[in-house]
Ligand binder design. Sequence first.
Ligand SMILES: *[C@@H]1O[C@H](CO)[C@@H](O)[C@H](O)[C@H]1NC(C)=O
Ligand SMILES: *[C@@H]1O[C@H](CO)[C@@H](O)[C@H](O)[C@H]1NC(C)=O
Ligand SMILES: *[C@@H]1O[C@H](CO)[C@@H](O)[C@H](O)[C@H]1NC(C)=O
Length: 303
Amino acid sequence: MSFLRACFVAFLACVAVYEPCVRAWSKEGHAMTCKIAQDLLEPEARHAVQMLLPDYAKGDLSSLCVWPDQVRHWYKYRWTSPLHFIDTPDQACNFKYQRDCHDPKGVKDMCVAGAIRNFTEQLSHYHHGSSDRRYNMTEALLFLAHFMGDIHQPMHVGFTSDQGGNAVELRWFRHKSNLHHVWDREIILTAAADYYGKDINLLQQHIQGNFTHGIWSSDLATWRKCSHISSCVNKYAAESLEMACKWGYKGVESGDTLSDDYFNSRLPVVMKRIAQGGVRLAMILNRVLAGDSLEMDETLAAT
Ligand SMILES: *[C@@H]1O[C@H](CO)[C@@H](O)[C@H](O)[C@H]1NC(C)=O
Ligand SMILES: *[C@@H]1O[C@H](CO)[C@@H](O)[C@H](O)[C@H]1NC(C)=O
Ligand SMILES: *[C@@H]1O[C@H](CO)[C@@H](O)[C@H](O)[C@H]1NC(C)=O
């Protein structure tokens, strides 16, 4: 099967270049982010998304939201690998560090914040029917949807020195894991198992209930506020860094066992980030696919 082959190739690629296999929100986290977003699309953006999705997605954006994780180690897409995270120095928690957006070789804009600006800009041409033929609009949509999830996962803005928590090995209840994976997946799966009979759809509906008429309903307008895409992505990254410091790394050391205390206190943070990622992805799609440029930087547009 091609999916298995893709996994195998990805595995070989990781081994070959000794690159840590940093991952994003698990497929569950990304799928929830994308489902929340798709449910909030207005007619024009909804139609555009339908047109951009390949037939085999059957109109479901969430089915392809992990595609960027699947291809990042393929030769053709290797350039996208640094776009899943932001390099952050260890002292960032003490100094409110201004993060630089670059890849490990120092190429500017090659980080998750730059990627969101890039693919938002590409998609903004769709509305005018002037799509630049250099760019594949379907891929721009899938990358944007995925990276909006990633930038909201606090450990994707975690420290470079421990690969966003990937190098912090620990136990999650009884099994081996690492701090990055705890935030990508463990908390979500434990919540689904403990409270929702392992039904991720039910979990997602509860998240949606909490912003349509629950605890976050009065925050929605603030979450959506965005006049300039560059400052918005910087804000999302700054929020993630603050959460990584306050909740992710706080009190955790390699070799620890994380269980109920950590789970109960971090679960609300994870749920909120998934909600925010989905709401904001919808906000961007509703606007750019209806012709609002979100005041894109000319400089980036030109590159
Ligand atoms: C923007 O996307 C294009 C391909 O679509 C790519 O060549 C370029 O490196 C990307 N830049 C960033 C900052 O993501
Ligand atoms: C755009 O990208 C998708 C996903 O990689 C691919 O299936 C499709 O053939 C591409 N379209 C064009 C016109 O290249
Ligand atoms: C929704 O909000 C309630 C508090 O009103 C909270 O107990 C619950 O955990 C939240 N659920 C999710 C999935 O965010």
